[in-house]
Design a protein around this ligand. Sequence first.
Ligand SMILES: *Cc1c(COP(=O)(O)O)cnc(C)c1O
Ligand SMILES: [Zn+2]
Length: 367
Amino acid sequence: MEEYICYSCKKTHAVASLLWKCTCGGMLDLHKSSPTIDTIAWDKYPHSLWRYVQTMPFAEDSRTWESVTMGEGRTPLIALDTSEPDTYVKVDYMMPTLSFKDRGASVLMTKAKELGVTKVIADSSGNAGTAIAAYAARCSIACDVYVSDKTSPKKTAQIRAHGAAVKQIHGTREEIASAAQKAVETENVFYASHVYNPYFFEGTKTYAYEIYEEFGGAPDTLIVPVGNGTLLLGAYYGFKELRENGLIEKIPKIAAVQAANCAPLVSAGRRREKTAAPVANQGTAAEGIAIAAPARAEQILEAVADTNGTFIAVEEEDIPRAREALSRKGFYVEITSAVNYAGYLQYKKSPEEKVVFPLCGAGIKSG
Ligand SMILES: *Cc1c(COP(=O)(O)O)cnc(C)c1O
Ligand SMILES: [Zn+2]
């Protein structure tokens, strides 16, 4: 029987389809001990992130994922350039909906299907909504996605194509989230939130498993973009499980990257503070990470500090330049993902330090 535990008050709750936060308002995590990792079993599974299903909190005999998967995961890990042989990009835009959000959405919607859910609501700056909409379609579950009226039309078209209803809201990212949460409460439906629902992180943690498998160990450093921290926390949890199983000695150092114009975590992180005060979004082309008040800020700061990590802020003018430079190397990413490369260019890498950064979203997703 799976349980949630509140990050703030430590109260535990049985996993239920309508529960998405603690009675105290705190964020829910899964209450579980580190899974036992059987690396030998991995090859019994298809070439996808489901080769790690035994590390996820599903019943041992659960096969629900088999009807949900679209082959997500196991994305290429490629040396960026012959001149930089220790720097790797993980091409996470090579996913069914063209962003890494498929890692979390496939696992979260598999759980929703097991719970017998018939409708979900999500809110997103775009890619999470797209991924949830696609996997909801795959599960024959109805889906409403709340997005900003400024979200790239390509992303809203992609959401609608999967049969989901797009609810465009004029307001900040936080106002959009609260509109979705209000609808979740009034309609009594499942909140398929990549931020609140901890099953999403059971999917994003496979980012770490895949890197481990590819390298036969851990790299020195992960450069990770952070808005709500779903990839950052997932990567951290994954490497933590690998360490707890004695498969690696050390969790890679995490260098967290934000756009300077919306960087609530950067100053707090640099001062080693435990929480981050919300900021006003000054406007950034990196729409996918423009989160002024991340709900899991404390957990993100704790994770980065635990790896002795660091924070990088990327200025607006460096974003299009980084996108162009990456394209010239063959990698066409959406604008938000150019921040990852710009962050890498600012990072002071030591000689032979092995660094990985993700290419999170495909170029055709943005203008
Ligand atoms: C979601 C997303 C991010 C950031 O992920 P968070 O979970 O918000 O930290 C970065 N890049 C792209 C392209 C995304 O879709
Ligand atoms: Zn609580």
